[in-house]
Design a protein around this ligand. Structure first.
Ligand SMILES: NC(=O)c1ccc[n+]([C@@H]2O[C@H](COP(=O)([O-])OP(=O)(O)OC[C@H]3O[C@@H](n4cnc5c(N)ncnc54)[C@H](OP(=O)(O)O)[C@@H]3O)[C@@H](O)[C@H]2O)c1
Length: 331
């Protein structure tokens, strides 16, 4: 089968190969999925570039997210049968093989049924970012109806999921983006207030939007400005952190604890299969009901995986602003 894979880590153009690798056989509780679509995430590029969080299989098929159709199942698989449409994430992580291939053998605990009305592109593009948004808003921040949420970077893969899920949960949402078009797109996603982080006065916007302060602040930027963030928070406000491994910013201890605030950091790939399935059940239901939509910026053939990685890192790391949401690839 064709796959996008690496044999050593380094820059996208010189390490990602597109070629033939053996097609896996499903064993035990695995399902063999014929891939319809995959999506790129920033972590794919960190791993390819040698982040060294864990040992990678050799060759390593890149990618975490997928959606497709079950082709065959292992002897002990119970959840799915051939012909079922499924989506999933959390592959290519913690030493597992990735998804950028024509077929993937995946333990059924990481797969979820795709609603009939939802395309593989949509399901794949919601996978890792959707589960991340759900874990942060509900397991970590324990978001409640009517609360005020600030999403810094609402135009990105994760941020666009956070905006939509917070609205589904009955919260009020202020989100930021870096251009007039992206600010307009935030309103389409359901944000009550959309702010251009380059040109607008976010502090003034917060004062009008949430006079008593922000209850849950979601940071997608890798260098958080805690003086600014804590100044926005309400009593018992929660800050969600999930990016910026190398960030060591100053922290306003006094203003933070006096308001009884809390700080919640997490990585989605450490959530258990049961925790991730609880998120996935909601995501599938919301996708099927048309309440949640992936924000897809580009659809490319799988053979262009190297170009896709380059585009992702130019945006997430170099902040080129040329993407508005997810990159999806199709075998
Ligand atoms: N912990 C976890 O489990 C987990 C899961 C997923 C992702 N992540 C991490 O979370 C981060 C975001 O991931 P992603 O997939 O959403 O990336 P992304 O699609 O590249 O989104 C990045 C976002 O940051 C915004 N941004 C850039 N500079 C900004 C600034 N100065 N102020 C406010 N917003 C700014 C961008 O806005 P514009 O495009 O409008 O400029 C965009 O909305 C990455 O670092 C990723 O590694 C962590």
């Amino acid at each position: 089968m064709k796959a996008a894979y690496i044999e050593s880590t380094g820059p996208a153009e010189s390490t990602i190969k597109f070629g033939d690798v053996p097609r896996p056989e499903p064993t035990g509780r695995q399902a063999l999925v014929r891939v319809g679509a995959v999506a790129v995430n920033p972590i794919d590029t960190y791993l390819r570039n040698g982040a060294n969080y864990w040992e990678l299989p050799k060759p390593f098929i890149i990618g975490c997210d997928l959606a497709g159709t079950v082709e065959a199942v292992g002897r002990d698989a119970r959840r799915f049968k051939p012909g079922d449409r499924v989506w999933g994430s959390n592959q290519g992580l913690l030493g597992r093989q990735g998804t950028f291939a024509e077929y993937c053998a995946i333990d059924e605990e990481w797969l979820y049924p795709t609603p009939a009305s939802v395309t593989d592109e949509q399901a794949a593009a919601c996978a890792l970012v959707g589960i991340t948004a759900h874990l942060g808003l509900f397991r970590e921040a324990k978001l409640e109806i009517g609360e005020h949420v600030f999403v810094n970077g609402g135009s990105g893969g994760v941020g666009s999921m956070v905006v939509q899920m917070a609205k589904i949960a009955g919260a009020r949402v202020l989100a930021t983006a870096g251009s007039a078009e992206k600010v307009a797109a935030l309103k389409q996603l359901g944000a009550d207030v959309a702010v251009n982080y380059k040109t607008d006065d976010a502090a003034a916007a917060v004062k009008t939007f949430a006079p008593s302060g922000i209850n849950a602040y979601w940071e997608t930027v890798r260098e958080p400005d805690f003086d600014r963030i804590v100044s926005y928070l309400a009593e018992r406000g929660r800050i969600i952190l999930m990016a910026g491994r190398d960030a060591r910013p100053p922290f306003p201890v006094g203003p933070f604890y006096v308001k009884g605030c809390s700080l919640h950091g997490f990585v989605m790939f450490k959530a258990t299969a049961d925790e991730q399935r609880r998120c996935a059940d909601d995501i599938s239901q919301w996708l099927g009901a048309g309440k949640l939509k992936a924000h897809i910026s580009r659809v490319l053939p799988l053979a262009q995986a190297a170009a896709a990685h380059k585009l992702q890192e130019e945006n997430t790391l170099q902040k080129s602003g040329t993407l508005a949401g997810k990159i999806v690839l199709k075998p």
